[in-house]
Design a protein around this ligand. Sequence first.
Ligand code: NOJ
Length: 761
Amino acid sequence: MIKKQILGLLLGVILQTTSVWAQNKTKYTAVSLDKKVSALVKKMTLEEKIGQLNQYNGFWDVTGPKPQEGKAAKKYEDLKKGYVGSMLNVKGVKDVRALQKIAVEETRLGIPLLFGFDVIHGYKTISPIPLAESASWDLEAIKASAAMAAEEAGAVGINWTFAPMVDVGRDARWGRVMEGAGEDPYLGSLIAKARIEGFQGDFSSNKNILACAKHFAGYAFSEAGRDYNTVDIGEAVLHNIVLPPFKAAVEAGVLSFMNSFNELNGVPATGNPYLQRKILKGDWAFPGFVVSDWGSILEMQNHGYAKDLKQSAEFAINAGSDMDMESYAYIDHLAELVREGKVKESLIDDAAKRILRTKFLLGLFDDPYKYCDEAHEAATVGKSEFQNTVLDMAKKSIVLLKNTNDLLPLQKSGKKIALIGALAADKTSPLGNWRLAADENTAVSLLEGMKTYSGNELTYAQGALVVTEQPKFPFEALVNTTDKSGFQEAIDLAKKADVVVMVLGEHGMQSGEARSRADIGLPGVQQELLEAVYAVNKNIVLVLQNGRPLAIPWADENIPSIVEAWQLGTQSGNAIAQVLYGDYNPSGKLPMTFPRNVGQVPIYYNHKNTGRPYALDPGTVFWSHYNDEKNAPLYPFGFGLSYAKFEYSDMKLSAATFKSNEKIEVSVTVTNSGKVAGKEVVQLYIRDLVATGTRPVLELKGFEMIELQPNESKKVSFTIDEKLLEFYSANNKWETEKGDFKVFVGGNSAQTLQADFQLVQ
Ligand code: NOJ
């Protein structure tokens, strides 16, 4: 097993060297790097090696007086002994430099530290939440957004972000869907790659930081959408749905992984050798290291898997978790476990080597203060160019869900517009939950964005609060379920207006970690407010701000225009205003299905057909359905409108059958029959009709973004080959089975043209 591991590791380094590292400016070859790392590890005591595996949180005044007691004193002492490999949550050049100086100048071997931080969608300048960015389907923009975040974070001393989260999520109740790329493994894999390339670049400068693919694995499949809950999924879902973005992350050159809080099929992910040793480090030859999630080693006791912290440490290291985030399990118990023979020292060496190799590749051994330049920090944090990046990303993330009466785009003059909703003036909520370093009140609100258009008469009323008070980390967001005192003012303004723009949805602190919701409608009294305003003025544009798909069937039925504006970050209000006024034509497409009703969740486009997809005798009950709700979603995966109008026609296949070594081409013509130019994401799906393991009714396999002028048509083609049809089969391997397939092309997963083809012997 261990031999296989080492071989896998060497292979990983070689693969990385020939692929990703070939483009990088690293001065190391796989062999020279291995030599350096091995030579260093030979010099290290067991305790020093374990120290590299130890990560501490840094919430204390690191430049203040030496801490005298408690955990801070222990951390400080460990740091001085060289028993710490990484810190998290230390930011700012002054603080980072202070700790790096201890590691480099005061410890025996002077090994530099990694400084990790949750730079999830920006550091101080905030991009849209990752789910929103994913709605752009624009990989270059997503990469640029990650690169901006890396540049800003790198300037304050951070050299490692705990992003991207690549968990495929199907359950909108789970608050962390905001942090991922949605429900599709193919789109999720491409976005994982884009974000990793954006963060890591070629590691040549302090604008590039280490990325971390998380949470390995299955975290988004927590039962009932409740965060940290049990996960029980089969091999087919694990391999076909959950793992592909993680594999794509390895292929993109990511050098760290984070494991997850959940158990997977009875074994906590942190103590799971199948995930970490067999798949990640074995099959995929991942050359980087795995950090635990916060306290997840310790939590194996609560899972009922380890009897005490010492056993947690034993299980975690043996299973392949290389670094301990805040469990104190490795630092307190690993040396003893090695002496008792319960943990092989070679495993400690392997973990330490993985971490050290990453530090070499980041350039920290050449210059431990690479990320500690005060002048660069001052010139970089919040610099104005970043505003363009986040504004561009925010506009591209917006999804137009409905526009029946052409209320949108708004006329630019001569109209009375009433803006209603507490979120319209909220300058913090658009920053989302992961805004650890961004100050409150730093987002442009929609009220501010709308004011930049001065041709109309704009009035504003709050209508109703979403939360009763500004939520403070780490406490619950307390939803306003009673106070309707602002309704009347809103109704009065609406009566006098030509158009009402209502901004409703979730407070920024209602999604994210530990922010699961059992009811995913409009929170609190907002639905009532919407109906009360509608009673006096039906010309409503509903702007949704939220971190997850919402179930809003009444709004869909009654409100003429609906815009999905997520939590769009620092430039939120400007981006939305430009879309509402038609200065930017929306092109976003949903990366996650919107249900009609929370009872449909998990609802996702790539579901199975079941044995009873319809009633054999029309009108009878014995088929897979609800008796009080439709099966269909409110808005399907891939859905999003434009001010342009796209029509699909003329689907052609270059051949109806093809063999293993051949390819076929499928093409469609897309025409813009609208009055303005617009961008469209043309989507390719396939269905494998019969297989030894049942296949989904649709699987996204490609997409292309095109731009069309009014009356312009374009032929869009996709190539289908055997590889594209692969899946993780009942034989427990990736393979393609010959047989009948369908291919679909369209502007969303529910409206497509289709054709049949066969893969033959
Ligand atoms: C717990 C979260 O699950 C993880 O995503 C995050 O990176 C760590 N805390 C560190 O803050």
